[in-house]
Ligand binder design. Sequence first.
Ligand code: FPP
Length: 244
Amino acid sequence: MSVQKNSPVIGTDRIPIHVGIIMDGNGRWARRRNQIRTQGHLEGLKAAKRVVKAASDMGIRYLTLYTFSTENWKRTAEEVGFIMGLVKKHLRGELDFYRENRLRLRHAGDAEGLPPDIAAEIREACGDTRSFGGMQVILALNYGGRDEIVRAVNRLKAENAGRITGKDLAKYLDNPDIPDPDLIIRTAGEMRTSNFLLWESAYAELYVSDKLWPDWTEEDLREAITDFQKRDRRFGGIKTGSDT
Ligand code: FPP
């Protein structure tokens, strides 16, 4: 891993296991340059690739990218079509990138609500990378935290009678084997989590960056991780040795 001049050097002891990113600001990035919004998504995809590689090099085990939410269907048909096309092209054309870095692709979200060709592409890419033991990249596509919980409850209800626990419900989420995120990053300055990993982020640390997503680099990820390493995580308990 290359360490740039003046960049904080991250300790290797407290690397978050699972990081989720709300990649926001593609539209603003384009507007500031008098370009159309879709240009921002194109640059956003380049940033995603940079950050995936950097996260993998830093030893993060799971990276969830909020790529398209259940609410994003409200955008124009042109923009929705462009993003779906971009995802498809990425999955088709970048298999070598995943293979070289031993990255395993996974999906979170409602696959049944996706256009059939996109759902098929995701299924195939997930299958092709299934055996790779490196970082897992979870594409949250047609994903909403509330929708995930509702789908989980419906599956659980169909298979279980009687009183249920949180542990029972968690087994029916989209990727029950993946540990909860330690860190949720949001770019472009907005202070909200916008229906991202609602159940799973109960004890995640939040990090908000003012930078727009297409401008994000390895350096920005490193700063976020360094900030995370200074946090005192108590998970609702108290600090050992604390007398207050
Ligand atoms: C938000 O910016 C970003 C999205 C809706 C996600 C689109 C992301 C990509 C195309 C890049 C990643 C793709 C893959 C395959 C990993 P916005 O449009 O809401 O920005 P704005 O708030 O400035 O308008």
